[in-house]
Design a protein around this ligand. Structure first.
Ligand code: NAD
Length: 431
């Protein structure tokens, strides 16, 4: 099986076949600009020293400073971080943000650390990568198992290193520490804006549509809640422990209250609560949720949920990728043959990085917007870029994913071309 980076860049070959660009662009977009590997010594609570391994990969910065989250997870590896930095490069270009792409990660089971150990690790990671980040260079943000509190510690560590306030070095900070209003719900909200435009382009109405949501964390919960409020019918929701289904529709807030009080949506625990007294509720497995016959399947959990093994069993008419990489490239062609529309992650979940961009803008201006302004500006960007991509897919008769990548690569290729030939001459002279 191809590694995850090869899988991600293999899509590039198909995309570039639709575009007249020089081989230089393909070559440039097949390699990260910088891949930094660091060792982070941390004094543990028991007095012993432990060294953690971390990475920061800057894939491309042609269109602006690099942008991308930091992941704390035991399975972090350089291949994964590089792939995520490639997706960030595409994503920022898809929605026209003046950023390139990056990603960072530390190999750690964050849940096994005490709060103080976690803070020492977070600060240590920033000390290790401080030379390559900065508000005009590379701006990290949260990702899996990192959050606003960790971003606050990291921003503070960076400002101590550079001996000045530098809130624009990191986004996703707590609101009291120069974070932006609206950031928490931005990914789910952005996905809904894109879905609304898609539904409109298909001459459909939200009230008639059933949605199943896989993943009920930050992105999945906010999406489900906002979609429910907008009149869509949320018929199924799952988390890592299992899911629930109700033909008559579920109220995501009620399910969240239940999850918080019971800690999970799991069958036995789920069904002895008040929300389950309605006989219309059923418990279902994650696999069953993916196979439901619904209008929209929202994938908001994690990567590789639909692969060539289960793609043939999918019955939804539309899929929205709120998570990063939930449909593998092998599954793409199977879904396409079944005429299932996939609204790709690089567009669908770009609401998060868009509001991160707003946070960076507000930090640099020192002027902060109210939540309504943040949401309105997000809508303007998501609506505009979604429609450009839908129109391109329609005109060229290509998939929505190919159209989104094409839309992004055109911008990146344009920037590479317009930078001129300076590097070419410089390299020639050195050679
Ligand atoms: P999160 O940790 O808050 O939530 C993840 C959810 O998925 C949890 O409810 C978890 O129980 C569930 N889950 C895990 N495995 C599952 C499985 N096999 N089946 C069903 N549910 C499962 O994470 P998040 O921030 O909501 O991110 C979710 C995805 O969206 C990730 O791929 C992330 O990279 C992507 N994303 C998030 C943001 C953001 O702003 N939060 C932005 C862009 C992309």
């Amino acid at each position: 099986m191809a590694n995850i980076f090869e899988d991600a860049t293999s899509r590039l070959t198909e995309i570039l076949s639709h575009l007249t660009v020089s081989d230089d662009i393909r070559e440039r977009l097949s390699h990260p600009k910088l891949a930094l590997s660091v060792s982070i010594p941390v004094r543990m609570d028991n007095g012993k020293l432990k060294v953690f391994k971390g990475y920061r990969v800057q894939f491309d910065d042609t269109r602006g400073p690099c942008k991308g989250g930091i992941r704390f997870h035991p399975h972090v590896n350089l291949d994964e971080v590089t792939t995520l930095s490639f997706w960030m490069t595409i994503k920022c270009a898809v929605v026209g943000l003046p950023f390139g792409g990056a990603k960072g990660g530390v190999i750690v089971d964050a849940k096994s650390l005490s709060n103080l150990e976690l803070e020492r690790l977070s600060r240590g990671y920033i000390r290790a990568i401080a030379d390559v980040i900065g508000p005009k260079r590379d701006i990290p943000a949260p990702d899996m198992y990192t959050n606003a509190t960790i971003m606050g510690w990291m921003a503070d560590e960076y400002s101590q290193i550079v001996r000045q306030q530098a809130p624009g070095v990191i986004t996703g900070k707590p609101v009291h520490l120069n974070g932006s209003l609206g950031r928490k719900s931005a990914t789910g909200r952005g996905a809904l804006f894109t879905l609304d435009q898609w539904i409109k382009s298909q001459n459909l109405k939200p009230k008639k549509l059933e949605i199943a949501v896989q993943g009920f964390g930050n992105a999945g919960y906010h999406f489900a809640k906002l979609a429910h409020e907008a009149g869509y019918k949320i018929v199924a929701i799952s988390d890592s422990e299992g899911g629930v289904y109700a033909k008559s529709g579920l109220d995501p807030d009620l399910i969240m209250q239940h999850k918080l009080s019971r800690r999970q949506l799991k069958a036995d625990l789920y069904c002895d609560a008040t929300v389950c007294e309605d006989p219309g509720y059923e418990v279902l497995s994650n696999q069953k949720l993916l196979e439901l016959d619904v209008d929209i399947l929202a994938l908001a959990a994690k990567e590789n949920q639909i692969t060539k093994t289960n793609a043939a069993n999918i019955n939804a008419r539309n899929i929205i990728e709120i998570a990063n990489g939930p449909v593998s490239s092998a599954a793409d062609s199977i879904l396409e043959a079944k005429s299932i529309n996939v609204i790709p992650d690089v567009l669908c979940n770009a609401g998060g990085v868009t509001v991160s961009y707003f946070e960076w803008v507000q930090n640099r201006a020192g002027f902060y917007w109210d939540e309504e302004e943040v949401n309105q500006r997000l809508k303007t960007i998501m609506d505009r870029e979604s429609n450009l991509i839908f129109d391109m897919a329609n005109e060229k008769n290509i998939s929505l994913r190919t159209a989104a990548y094409l839309h992004a690569v055109k911008r990146i290729a344009g920037a590479i071309g317009e930078r001129g030939t300076h590097e070419f001459f410089q390299n020639k002279l050195i050679a």
